[in-house]
Design a protein around this ligand. Structure first.
Ligand code: MN
Length: 200
């Protein structure tokens, strides 16, 4: 599947004449490595976790957001792949549009795929296909190892996002609550909404 085909579902849901989100016309390289976590106050509040794999951002919606406590299993619903330049999108998607609501760049940085299969490293795309991805995050707020594991396939693909013990693990930390600002602009969700609500 080419990057262009991968983004068909993303584009079909959106009217780029109305929403300020990127259309993905700027093509990505095959370089690996970026991640972004966007706080998205849509119909329900959630965190969108996105990892760059082969020129797109493979995406999951995590209702409770990431945890730094290895005992927490955070449900993550797979959503459509997003274009690479979505990793700096922050603003307000107009009401009535797909995903209408406020989007904030809550954390971003680089990740390294660390998945092994039978003792050998495998590529991120293969790992996702197989349903288990182990990776290392170097973000502004999040550091260390996490894993994503698919627990249900089909149309409503469901995964669990779990912190690995070791570096960055801390059962007392609640970064989604104690560090609510954008790593891109320093703004809170409320400030983004106030600054960028269309029609104001
Ligand atoms: Mn979302």
């Amino acid at each position: 599947m080419t990057t262009r085909e991968q983004l068909n579902r993303y584009r079909a849901k959106r009217d780029f004449g109305v929403t300020g989100e990127p259309s993905g016309e700027r093509r990505g390289s095959r370089e690996q490595g970026r991640f972004v976590i966007q706080h998205h106050a849509a119909r329900s509040d959630h965190f969108d976790f996105r990892l760059q794999v082969d020129g797109v951002l493979v995406s999951w919606a995590v209702p409770k957001g990431p945890s730094t406590d290895p005992r927490d299993k955070r449900m993550a619903r797979r959503t459509e792949d997003h274009p690479l330049d979505y990793d700096t999108f922050e603003g307000v998607i107009p009401a009535g549009q797909y995903g209408g609501g406020t989007v904030q760049v809550w954390d971003r940085g680089n990740y390294r795929n660390r998945t092994e299969h039978r003792g050998e490293p495998i590529e991120a795309a293969d790992a996702i296909e197989r349903g288990h991805l182990s990776f290392w995050l170097d973000g502004h707020k999040l550091h260390g190892g996490w894993a994503l594991t698919r627990i249900r396939g089909g149309d409503d693909e469901t995964w669990l996002l779990v912190k690995r013990a070791g570096e960055g693990a801390d059962a007392r930390r609640r970064p989604t609550h104690t560090q609510p600002e954008s790593v891109l602009t320093g703004r809170t969700m409320k400030q983004i909404d106030k600054d960028e609500r269309p029609g104001d």
